[in-house]
Design a protein around this ligand. Structure first.
Ligand SMILES: Cc1cc2nc3c(=O)[nH]c(=O)nc-3n(C[C@H](O)[C@H](O)[C@H](O)COP(=O)(O)OP(=O)(O)OC[C@H]3O[C@@H](n4cnc5c(N)ncnc54)[C@H](O)[C@@H]3O)c2cc1C
Length: 439
């Protein structure tokens, strides 16, 4: 079969910054992926649903393989093993599998990600402290490497772990087998607590790990005291309806910037006031608990045409003090974040570029037009590294090459494995060009 014709396309990540032009092809079979990799000139990279925030799934002047046509999947309802093509979205999988009593083992804050993107970024969810990250639930995956050949990898292969968290730099994942988890209803039992001080939140989060599968906190980064709302959940273990709703509204293209200092402060105030001081046993549909932002399609447009970035890092357990320092510093330059999220991670895994490690991870959304942002974040990078922490590649659009190498001590091991799989550097993204100073 002839490969589909490439189309020139300007691509960005979810943050809508740093658009670059690539030839985009949409393979519709594994064989077409193999043909593209074997025959297309220059460098290439796979792209899923483009939900990484920065430049991870784009390649200026190269070929981008849009994997979203490879979306078939099937579920073995006895074992809960999902066999899927890499372009299948968690949204489609959840819609089809929850009514049959199975849920994804790990879900990020949006379900509009592909299986390939979930493995390549080794995504984490609100259950990281107990379940680890996505790659730990993959039985095996099929990878097309730079020689155009396809191979199945299991967790006894080094190439498996180089690909988990490897951000598309080892090849193109075309299929995977993922272990799903059983659920008895389409809902979660949720407890909510509000805190005026960050230290009280931290103590509550440490205590909560043992009792809850899912924990996450929202922090009002515009308040001096850093007040917060902690959400704790377990799957509802009584039989109940297994359903999933449709999306509700869409933010139109060319919406002027809505998120700014004033609106972020109002949003945070309302969010905090709306939350109960303490509430137990609320039954919440899965989608409201796991993916509240997915209720509004294209909400990233609320940041206007110049876009935004998400600063996400993790620091070890003992370095909690870094969190208020970062938040106060960002508040000091007027980087009012409407969405600041704190989560505790359990231990990391064998993948050299997997982001999670035991400790605290913070995500802060910031408009890129914030004056002094670039300088402030570079200073904060050093603070995070000095504390033994690191930054998440799936969210990155700006860090320097030294920051990557310093944060990931196994980077050299990973790069050697990558070079063995791809000696001529066929797979590249704008992210890795930037981080290997090729631009
Ligand atoms: C609202 C929102 C909330 C989020 N919450 C979380 C969260 O809680 N936890 C978390 O971990 N992440 C989170 N993310 C980030 C997101 O989960 C990851 O960036 C994920 O990788 C996106 O998947 P995608 O299919 O859109 O991949 P893309 O963004 O298209 O690509 C991401 C990377 O995966 C590679 N890739 C994609 N498909 C393949 C393939 N078939 N083979 C090889 N490489 C491939 C790309 O080359 C790229 O390097 C969030 C993102 C958004 C927008």
């Amino acid at each position: 079969m002839m490969p589909a014709r490439p189309t020139p396309q300007l691509l960005t990540g979810w943050g809508a910054t740093s658009a670059t032009l690539a030839s985009v092809v949409r393979p519709t079979s594994d064989t077409a992926v193999m043909e593209h990799v074997a025959t297309s000139p220059g460098q290439c990279v796979a792209r899923g649903l483009g939900r990484s925030y920065g430049d991870a799934a784009q390649l200026a002047g190269g070929t981008v393989l849009d994997m979203t046509s490879l979306q078939a999947f099937s579920l073995d309802t006895d074992s809960g093993v999902l066999r899927c093509q890499a372009g299948a979205s968690l949204d489609a999988i959840i819609r089809a599998c929850v009514p049959r009593g199975w849920f994804v083992p790990v879900t990020p804050g949006t379900r509009f990600v592909t299986i390939g993107g979930a493995i390549a970024a080794d995504v984490h969810g609100k259950n990281h402290h107990g379940a680890g990250s996505f790659g730990q639930h993959v039985h095996r995956m099929q990878l097309v490497t730079a020689d155009g050949q396809s191979r199945w990898l299991t967790d006894s292969d080094q190439a498996f772990w180089a690909t988990v968290g490897g951000m598309g730099q080892t090849g193109v994942i075309t299929a995977a087998e993922v272990q799903m988890i059983p659920v008895r209803s389409g809902s979660v039992v949720v407890d909510t607590r509000s805190y005026r001080e960050l230290d009280d939140l931290a103590a509550a989060m440490i205590r909560a790990d043992a009792d809850y599968d899912y924990t996450v906190a929202w922090v009002d980064a515009t308040s001096r005291s850093l007040r917060s709302v902690l959400t704790l959940g377990n799957h509802h273990d009584q039989d109940g309806p297994l359903e999933f709703p449709r999306r509700m509204m869409t933010v139109p293209r060319w919406t002027p910037r809505v998120v700014n200092g004033a609106s972020a402060r109002v949003f945070n105030e309302l969010w905090y006031r709306k939350a109960p001081k303490r509430r137990d046993g609320q039954i919440m549909p899965l989608h409201s608990f796991f993916h509240p932002l997915d209720g509004v399609a294209d909400w990233n447009r609320l940041y206007g045409r110049s876009g935004f970035l998400q600063y996400q890092f993790v620091v070890p357990e003992s370095a909690f003090d870094v969190l208020p320092m970062v938040l106060h510093q960002l508040r000091g330059i007027g980087a009012a974040s409407a969405m600041t999220v704190l989560k505790r991670f359990g231990p990391g895994n064998r993948a050299p570029l997997s982001f999670p490690m035991a400790g605290w991870t913070l995500t802060v959304d910031v408009s890129v037009t914030t004056p002094g942002l670039s300088r402030a974040l570079s200073q904060l990078d050093s603070v995070v590294l000095a504390a033994g922490g690191r930054h998440y590649l799936a969210k990155d659009s700006r860090m320097a090459a030294e920051v990557l190498a310093a944060g990931y001590p196994e980077f050299g091991t990973w790069d050697k494995l990558r070079a063995e799989l791809d000696p001529e550097g066929r797979f590249r993204s704008d992210l890795f060009r930037r981080l290997s100073r090729e631009t």
